[in-house]
Design a protein around this ligand. Sequence first.
Ligand SMILES: CC(C)(COP(=O)(O)OP(=O)(O)OC[C@H]1O[C@@H](n2cnc3c(N)ncnc32)[C@H](O)[C@@H]1OP(=O)(O)O)[C@@H](O)C(=O)NCCC(=O)NCCS
Length: 154
Amino acid sequence: MDSLNDPYQLSRGVPSVEVFRRLRTQAGLSDKDPEAVALALPNTWHGVVLHHEGEPIGMGRVIGDGGTAFQIVDICVHPAHQGRGLGKHIMAALTEELERRAPATAYVSLIADGPARVLYEKFGFADTASHDSVGMYRVMGASHGAGESGAEPS
Ligand SMILES: CC(C)(COP(=O)(O)OP(=O)(O)OC[C@H]1O[C@@H](n2cnc3c(N)ncnc32)[C@H](O)[C@@H]1OP(=O)(O)O)[C@@H](O)C(=O)NCCC(=O)NCCS
């Protein structure tokens, strides 16, 4: 991976609750309840925030138990900065940390929304369906059968 050029900087950590919600919604991802976000962010295993001229414009996080299971979440780049290799930088930073610190047996999963799967395939992620398993989800507050109402963006 090429190093990031000015005026972009990638730093480790997580954004504030407000910035987290803004980055997600600007990129077209669903908003999250601020109280839930405040609970979540301190439990991040590894996170990165991408800045452009000091302004946060992207992020990504790894969550998990630190040993057996991890998930890559909240990958996003502001639309004005997409298509410049920044998503690849975010993914590279997260996967480098996983390669450095996670046990070799760790299971790392993610939900790929739309064309983002092309990005994840570049980092070795494969469709679970090709291995006779399928990703499943439930939103806690939703009635049973939440999946019947169609795909819920992550
Ligand atoms: C997905 C996202 C993070 C990619 O960020 P980005 O900075 O635009 O991505 P990059 O420029 O680093 O491109 C990475 C690779 O992904 C692929 N890619 C990215 N966006 C794509 C698109 N819309 N369609 C097809 N391929 C795409 C390209 O193949 C590219 O690799 P290449 O340059 O070697 O061909 C960004 O588009 C985004 O924030 N999207 C909205 C939020 C979202 O969907 N997040 C993912 C949730 S799972």
